[in-house]
Design a protein around this ligand. Structure first.
Ligand SMILES: [Zn+2]
Length: 299
């Protein structure tokens, strides 16, 4: 196996926890092992699958992640990625001493639900901080790990409900267009660490929503409930709305239609998309500090 891909896991013992028993995981050859004998293969693409049992991710598949990658390459999400990267950079730069002391030697960033890694790469490039990015979809992690240019990110297939990271090790958790588990985020965050969260606004993909509205259960979208939930667990330190509208070529338009969760339960072939020539993406990017480390919650 490519030694550089294996080397991604050389610092695992400061960050990763065995998903079975919670002990630290270290690399031994081409595996991650804990002192109690649980072990996990490192795949040749340079990721480790830490899921046990028959998890199956239903919403996405390999083709969908390839479509997502094509859309990301179009530049449509660049402004949001930049805002997320800046927020992560500021979080790492302004960590207080308590956080530095309780986190690992170098404060790590954990990307929860990273998909094919677009935002992880942007954050790594901006911060150069150690990064651990995971998703429950093996297809997405394979894609991310195989094409990761800098070999400094730990890519994992893992479950949001049992994040394989040691207690109080993360300086920053990224939660970008992805579900949250605040109980787990709180557990892995070092004191003073922060969550950077991005969620769609009502304007996000409004052109698609408009054309698809006769087929949608809800033809308007509000992120209010998600923000209220976030605020219940975090004090919001920063909040900004960021987005872009871009002209779409046919290729990117088709990929965007194929990857959009809004259309997962819609027969997109029944909709005339010819008038979809531009698309708006817009997100609320929030930075929060966890309010209480003893409050259990998930969402
Ligand atoms: Zn173990």
């Amino acid at each position: 196996m490519d030694a550089r891909k294996l080397a991604r896991f050389d610092h695992a013992e400061h960050l990763l926890a065995c998903p079975v028993c919670g002990s630290a995981l270290t690399r031994g050859g081409q595996r991650l092992c804990c002192p109690k004998g649980h072990s996990f293969d490192i795949a040749r693409q340079g990721y480790a699958n830490l899921l046990r049992g028959g998890h199956k991710h239903q919403d996405y598949d390999r083709a969908s992640f390839a479509m997502r990658r094509r859309v990301f390459q179009s530049g449509l999400y660049d402004a949001i990625a930049q805002a997320v990267a800046t927020a992560a950079e500021e979080t790492v730069a302004h960590l207080d001493e308590t956080c530095r002391a309780s986190a690992a030697a170098a404060p790590a960033i954990v990307d929860a639900g990273c998909g094919e890694g677009f935002f992880s790469r942007a954050v790594r490039a901006a911060t150069m901080a150690p990064l651990c990015a995971f998703d429950i979809s093996r297809d997405s992690i394979q894609l991310a790990a195989a094409t990761n240019p800098d070999d400094a990110t730990i890519w994992l297939v893992a479950d949001l409900a049992a994040i394989p990271v040691q207690d109080s090790r993360a300086a920053c958790v990224l939660d970008i267009f992805s579900p949250a588990n605040y109980r787990e985020f709180t557990r892995i965050l070092a004191a003073g660490g922060r969550i950077v969260k991005a969620i769609p606004t009502a304007r996000h993909l409004e052109e698609i929503r408009q054309l698809a509205s006769p087929h949608l259960k809800h033809d308007t979208y509000s992120n209010q409930r998600i923000i209220e939930h976030f605020e219940r667990f975090c004090r919001i330190e920063q909040r900004r709305t960021v987005g872009t509208t871009l002209e779409l070529d046919d290729d990117v338009r088709d990929a965007l239609i194929a990857m959009t969760p809004m259309l997962f339960n819609v027969d997109a072939a029944r909709i005339d998309w010819t008038s979809l020539t531009r698309a708006t993406v817009e997100a609320e990017v929030m930075v929060g500090t966890v309010r209480s480390r003893n409050q259990p919650c998930r969402n």
